[in-house]
Structures are given as structure tokens and as C-alpha cells.
Design a protein around this ligand. Sequence first.
Ligand SMILES: NC(=O)c1ccc[n+]([C@@H]2O[C@H](COP(=O)([O-])OP(=O)(O)OC[C@H]3O[C@@H](n4cnc5c(N)ncnc54)[C@H](O)[C@@H]3O)[C@@H](O)[C@H]2O)c1
Length: 330
Amino acid sequence: MILITGGTGYIGSHTAVKLIEQNEDIIILDNLYNSKSEVIDSIETITGKRPKFYQTDLLDINGLEQIFKENKIDCVIHFAGLKAVGESVAQPLKYFNNNITGTINLLMAMQKYNCKKIIFSSSATVYGTTQIMPLTENSPLGVTNPYGRTKLVIEDMLKDLANADNEFCIILLRYFNPIGANQSNLIGENPNGIPNNLMPYICKVAKGELPELNVFGNDYDTVDGTGVRDYIHVEDLAIGHVKAYNKIKSNNGLHIYNLGTGNGYSVLQVISSFEKANNIKINYNIAPRRTGDVATVYADTKKAEVELDFKAKYGIEEMCRDSWNFYRNI
Ligand SMILES: NC(=O)c1ccc[n+]([C@@H]2O[C@H](COP(=O)([O-])OP(=O)(O)OC[C@H]3O[C@@H](n4cnc5c(N)ncnc54)[C@H](O)[C@@H]3O)[C@@H](O)[C@H]2O)c1
């Protein structure tokens, strides 16, 4: 049995679908802070199977232990966490408590109930502002904001745990920029308020909910001066978790993988791909650079290819098409 924390969220729900499609038994835990319980209905509609759901907060130790008591959990895929960079700068303690304390509670419960396999949602943000591309799993680490710090602290805690107890098997997945949605259009990304990330912002402009997109900086040393990132379809990312789960079943120790495509696209390239894929014009405006942003970020994907047999298959236009097909229908 696999416990998916944050399983009604964006990446967790897509991963839940792929695991059910592989006939795995899953349970979902989420406090619904950033997602809705209707996602469980959508997972059932897509897969024909309704996962067991606990509306539980990782900060609620008794509630968490109850889940381990009631179910024989062999592996945890740990998505639950807060992820808004700007909010983390304004409210670091909220992020440290939710993400770090929440993870400590989870690990203590796992240890108590002898569950020693965990796949953790890390992020390319742990590479800090290093300039040498592509980023390999051995690139230097650093943080530029409290959200990134929570990821790095949790990575370090998990490394210490793997050193202390060699029965633990831990996989750290460093995601690049997930976009897109399941082709059912029933699950996808729908953040509250003004989005931090490019694709939800573009979707809101396309739907007329925001007047125009701000492009932060057009004087970077890139193909057209705008920032380049490695976008990965969330369906590919979900498959990456299934591959990681297949590996964790028969391994111990700690393993780290980048999950990206290895291709970078500039902001203007993403806008024009979106316009082409969906036949919609996106109004944008060039704004000053944001502090902390770097010109180009993309992954070296060889390690995941060799050790997990994972290779992303969707291209940027499919990502733009699926993001919009989901967002236009909500
Ligand atoms: N989306 C990205 O761009 C991205 C990139 C890199 C890493 N990540 C990481 O991947 C994970 C999943 O991201 P996502 O985009 O699906 O985010 P999301 O907000 O859609 O999903 C996270 C889920 O966790 C739940 N949650 C938060 N705190 C909780 C707590 N204390 N107890 C129980 N549930 C809690 C939320 O309600 C939400 O449903 C996060 O850890 C995020 O930091 C995301």
C-alpha cells in the first residue's frame, strides 16, 4: 500500500492516477489547504477506482499515526507542502513549520510503523543560482528563498536518515517546471490568487481573468533575452514517480534524480507555443528582472534515463494545449 501525501494536489493527483493504472493500492492524505476533495471524484472517474482518502494535516501527529495504524503502508510518496516562493519570503516560519515539521512528523510515524521507503518531492530550486548548465544531480546546491530552504533541509534530513538506518530507501526527485494536465481535463493546476508560475498566469490571461502577462526581463543572455526554463508535462512527471516507485521496491540507500526534459524554452517561446497550440493571442508586457532569477535553467536527464528508464515524451506545444484544455473548462 502506498500513502500519497498531498495526493489531491496538482502533481500528487496525476501520480495517483498513474499508480492506480499500474494496479497499485494507494491511500491519499491531504489537508485540502491548496486542493479540493472533488479531486478524489475525478481520480475515480478517470481510473474507475476510488482511492481511500484521509483529510488529515501532517501537523496532526495523532491523525497521521491513525492512518499508519489502519493501513499496512509500505511506501510513502511525499508531495504535501506549501510551495509559493513569495509567500515563503513573507512568512518563513509558516513554511518551516508546515514543510519541515510536517515531514519530521511523517518520518517519525513511518519509523514507528516500520515503513522505510519514501519518495520525496524536491525541486530544481535546491541548485540555487549556479550558472553551469545543464544541472546534474551533483551540481552545487544553494538556496535563494525560505521555500527552497525547506526542500534543502528535508533533503539533508533524509540523507542523515539513510546514513543512520540502512533499511531506509529514499528517492529524492528534483522537479523542473511541471505544466500541462491529464487529457481527461478533470485534473490540472488551478492555483488560488495571482499565480507565481508562468503557465497558470498565461492561462488566466487567455481566459480574460488577468489583463496581461508580465515578462520579467528581456536582457538575459538567452535566445531572445527572456528567461529559459525546463518545462515538463505533469503526465510525464507522474510516470517518473511510477518509475521511481518501481525502483524503490527493490533497493535501499538514497538516490537522487532530476525530472525534467533536458530542453529549455524561453518565456517568449512558451508564449508563442501557447498561441500556436491554442490559436489564442496572449497580451504581454516586458517588466524589470525579478531579483533571484537566473537566465537559464535546464536539467541533465541522463541519470533518470539510465537508472529509472525515464524519459519525458511530451513536447512544449502538447504541454500548452493540455494546460489550456484543463483551464478553459473550469
Ligand atoms: N508545481 C511545481 O512547480 C513544483 C516544482 C518543484 C517541486 N514541487 C513540489 O512538489 C510537491 C507537490 O506540488 P504541487 O504543485 O502538486 O502542489 P499542490 O499545492 O497542488 O499540492 C500540494 C498538496 O499538499 C497539501 N498540503 C500542504 N501542506 C499540507 C499539510 N501540512 N498536511 C497535509 N496536506 C498538506 C495541499 O493541500 C496540496 O493539496 C510540493 O512539495 C512542491 O513543493 C512542485
